[in-house]
Design a protein around this ligand. Structure first.
Ligand SMILES: [Zn+2]
Length: 389
């Protein structure tokens, strides 16, 4: 699972100001660190390749890689580097100087030649506080306030506005830079409109697309970009990085948090900061009560439904995998299935695999528009059937 179901539901959380989100930007090391290869050592090779000669860089870049491995920080720093007046002058590595007018404007969230297209959900919950500031130029605040839930797509109107603004001269930098993240959230019309910019880019402009799921982008978009794979850290390196950032008392939880986060150290740090351990314990108590018949599936589903659906369904898949492993006798140390006390041969394998199939189905469409309440209820009923089989 990438991230924890949040403690507070999206519906109830008031939209935070950028100053508030910056204050709790615990895992997002931007704008704290423009020195991305220094802060995230596993990105060094990709960084060196991407920044070797900014003047010969392709105008369309697609940064890909596993979730939670600092792709966003990488992309923001690369954008800053492209706008910076003195890249790499003070250090051996090519990194933004943080001193010039362009760097200062960029980090203040006010650079006029930086354009950011993202979803309302990403702006609200993503790691990078600056994203919430920059995306305001491309989002309709009034429409956003009217919606019950933040939008999950990058719409064609945003891309059209970018095309219009990209056709003008740069204001203060030698270049214009646009970042689209997550690029796999471009809807089909937006992706088609983007092709125009990729095929006929204005002079001195860069389009940087970022995605953990590049297979969801149309092939026509992918094929017009230079691909920058940002490697994920090795497990030992990820654990070392994470241990150094966790409170001393929780340092030994690093491997468990990494496993829960799908290996991404930044996501693991965010899970810890978001109270993941307490929330998981509560979820497992609810499941346990349902297994004993002490709680109804619909009551438990009502609790699950308060949390972010994609994160919940990722988490449920991890639980289901652990249960299947324990049920088959493979064992699990300290994971959720072990906490549920699953024993070898306790459940009917067929029911467990039916549950796994349903989770897989909903994971595939978790970020599409769907009735999440019904989906959570169906999954919780399937979970009860499997755990009482
Ligand atoms: Zn600079």
């Amino acid at each position: 699972m990438k991230k924890t179901p949040r403690k507070t539901s999206a519906k109830k959380a008031p939209r935070k100001t950028s100053a508030e989100t910056a204050g709790e930007n615990v895992a997002g090391n931007y704008p704290g660190h423009a020195d991305i290869p220094g802060e995230f050592p596993w990105t060094r090779d990709a960084w060196t390749r991407a920044t070797a000669d900014p003047n010969s860089l392709h105008h369309g870049l697609l940064i890909t890689g596993a979730p939670g491995a600092a792709k966003r920080e990488f992309a923001f720093s690369l954008c800053q580097l492209l706008l910076c007046e003195n890249p790499g002058e003070k250090t051996a590595a090519k990194i933004p100087c943080n001193q010039c007018r362009n760097c200062k404007l960029f980090r203040a969230g006010t650079h006029p030649d930086f354009h950011m297209l993202t979803t309302e959900l990403e702006a609200r919950e993503g790691r990078i506080a600056l994203a919430a500031q920059y995306c305001e130029r491309y989002q309709d605040a009034a429409a956003r306030e009217r919606r019950a839930k933040p939008g999950k797509v990058i719409a064609v109107d945003q891309v059209r506005l970018l095309i219009e603004r990209f056709s003008m001269h740069a204001h203060t930098s030698a270049r214009k830079v646009a970042l689209l993240m997550p690029a796999d959230r471009l809807n089909i019309n937006a992706a088609n409109a983007l092709l125009k910019l990729l095929e006929e880019p204005p002079a001195n402009s860069f389009l940087i697309l970022l995605s953990a799921l590049p297979g969801k982008l149309p092939a026509t978009v992918r094929s017009r970009c230079m691909h920058i794979p940002a490697a994920a850290p090795q497990p030992a390196a990820a654990a070392e990085w994470l241990r150094a950032r966790l409170p001393k008392n929780d340092a030994e939880l690093a491997p468990m948090l990494l496993e829960a986060a799908g290996g991404g150290p930044l996501d693991a740090l965010k899970l810890h900061a978001g109270g993941f351990l307490e929330l998981q314990a509560q979820f497992l108590r609810d499941i346990s009560a349902m297994m004993r018949g002490a709680a109804s599936a619909l009551d438990v589903a009502a609790k699950f439904a308060k949390h972010d659906f994609p994160h919940f369904v990722d988490w449920l898949q991890r639980v289901c995998c652990g249960v299947i492993r324990c049920n088959a006798g493979a064992g699990e140390t300290g994971g959720p299935a072990a906490q549920l006390g699953v024993r070898r041969g306790q459940f009917a394998p067929e029911a467990l695999f039916n549950l796994y199939d349903r989770i897989g189905y909903y994971r595939g469409i978790a970020r599409e528009p769907l009735n999440e309440q019904l989906a959570v209820e169906e999954l919780t009923l399937a979970l009860r059937r499997a755990l009482r089989s």
